[in-house]
Design a protein around this ligand. Structure first.
Ligand code: ADP
Length: 436
């Protein structure tokens, strides 16, 4: 826990104002523009990658705003998965209101912090927990940290907590669509799937629309929408009264093309379980609310039958060229795009691979997309290397024939940054982003 808030391990780090997390998909923790040496982030990021590689499925529970029951849903999903025999880590990075310790009656838990790692707190045989709430001196302590400090802290929790092998990591994410949820998704990688929690009122429905768009823009998938506090359970007869109307969440899910995972009624027993910290799914397992929760958890549980997704990012292989080289980067809106064949423009960057300097940059408009046209066009530009998000197998083979190297799976960024990071050996790449 000795690194600076920006995640930098350097003792003379001066990145106190750096909040740039590479807002262009799953970039590196410290994107361009902070003026700091980006290489310094590598040890922390490597630890984070090593930790995350041992997690089969990452579920991020998000909401457009606070108070909709996001932590309650995250906690119950984690418990439900653990009760089904899965190894689960529940990570509460809601820096504004870390409520998981309260919901699980773990406020007095003592966290074991070593020089180089933090041990998660066991809740049950299958469920371990980590929360900022465990690390605050008291539960009333407000967190008054600037953005970069919060992001550095989230990164440390992801990098330094020794979860071991997990079937699921369930992350209780800060609400909204700001820097913190953005950092969480970027750090977890493109294979993290979002569960978006909303309530039936119109304003919350607007918030969920923003959240779903946000998740897609960052490059992650929405696993589904949960409508919480949907109707109220009568404490006398158990009947559910839909005081806010019904079907809003399902209608919105259909409109947005995402799965509707289900609705949870406003149930006094949920409040009691949260206040007293008992496992709602264990104690109330026959109640309609527990059944609603189980229905929501079922598709998440089915993920366990799918093969674990390939690790999302790693470093691109080291550059083998030398001297002055022209590099083509496909762009959309000035940033590297995932779709090589359909890019709006190609940036042709001239760089000296010996000194690592970018010497010049030119923007060219590619010909309309047709099979085999782009490789010939790129060859005529004198390009020797293409760095792309995704590329079809045919184009890859054609570049290969022409002796033009291709690096696939780059996640985003300006062309100059992408090429600079490649020369420095710090460009992160994931799977080939082309799905056809
Ligand atoms: P968020 O994480 O979105 O801020 P919480 O999960 O902390 O929200 O929930 C806020 C409050 O609402 C808590 O007191 C919680 O017990 C209560 N709550 C959440 N969902 C329900 C529900 N379905 N029925 C009754 N109370 C609920």
């Amino acid at each position: 826990m000795s690194e600076k808030a920006c995640g930098c391990t350097s003792t003379d780090c001066s990145h106190s104002g750096c909040s740039d997390t590479g807002h262009d998909g799953h970039g590196q923790g410290c994107g361009s523009g902070c003026g700091g040496g980006h290489q310094e982030l590598a040890p922390e990021q490597d630890r984070m990658q090593r930790t995350l590689r041992r997690v089969k499925h990452k579920i991020v529970v998000m909401s457009g705003k606070g108070g909709v029951g996001k932590s309650t849903v995250a906690t119950n999903i984690a418990m439900g998965l653990a009760l089904a025999g899965k190894k689960v880590g529940l990570l509460d990075v809601d820096v504004h209101g870390p409520s998981v310790p309260r919901l699980l009656s773990m406020r007095d838990a003592k966290v074991h912090i070593e020089a180089d790692h933090i041990e998660p707190v066991p809740y049950s045989e299958n469920l371990s927990v980590m929360s900022l709430g465990f690390l605050l001196p008291n539960p009333y302590q407000p967190v008054i940290w600037r953005g970069p400090v919060k992001q550095g802290f989230i990164q440390q929790l992801l990098a330094d907590v020794t979860w071991g092998d997990l079937d699921y990591m369930v992350v209780d994410c800060p609400p909204g669509t700001g820097d913190e949820p953005l950092s969480v998704l970027q750090m977890l990688g493109a294979d993290a799937k979002a569960v978006v929690v909303t309530t039936p009122q119109g304003v919350a429905i607007d918030d969920v629309r923003r959240s779903v768009t946000f998740v897609g823009d960052v490059g992650n998938t929405v696993l589904g929408i949960v409508e919480n506090m949907s109707g109220i359970v009568c404490s006398q007869c158990g009947h559910v009264e839909n005081i806010f109307g019904k079907g809003g969440g399902m209608g919105l899910a259909q409109e947005l093309g995402v799965r509707f995972l289900g609705e949870i009624p406003l149930d006094p027993e949920v409040v009691r379980s949260g206040d007293e910290g008992y496992s709602f799914l264990t104690v109330q397992h026959e109640s309609p609310t527990a059944k609603a929760l189980q229905k929501i958890i079922k598709p998440i549980l089915l993920l366990a039958d799918e093969p674990a997704p390939a690790p999302t990012t790693g470093l691109a292989p080291a550059a083998t060229m030398s001297g002055e080289v022209k590099v083509a980067v496909p762009l959309a809106k000035g940033q590297l795009t995932q779709h090589f064949g359909h890019c709006e423009q190609l940036a042709v960057i001239t760089a000296n691979f010996d000194s690592g300097e970018v010497l010049g940059s030119e923007l060219v408009t590619p010909p309309p997309h047709e099979p085999s046209v782009m490789p010939a066009f790129v060859e005529r530009l004198g390009v020797k290397l293409v760095i792309a998000g995704g590329m079809g197998q045919k184009a890859l083979a054609l570049f290969n024939e022409k002796g033009i190297s291709v690096v696939c799976g780059a996640q985003g960024g300006t062309p100059t940054d992408v090429v600079t990071q490649y020369m420095q050996g710090s460009l992160r790449v994931g799977a080939n982003g082309c799905d056809h």
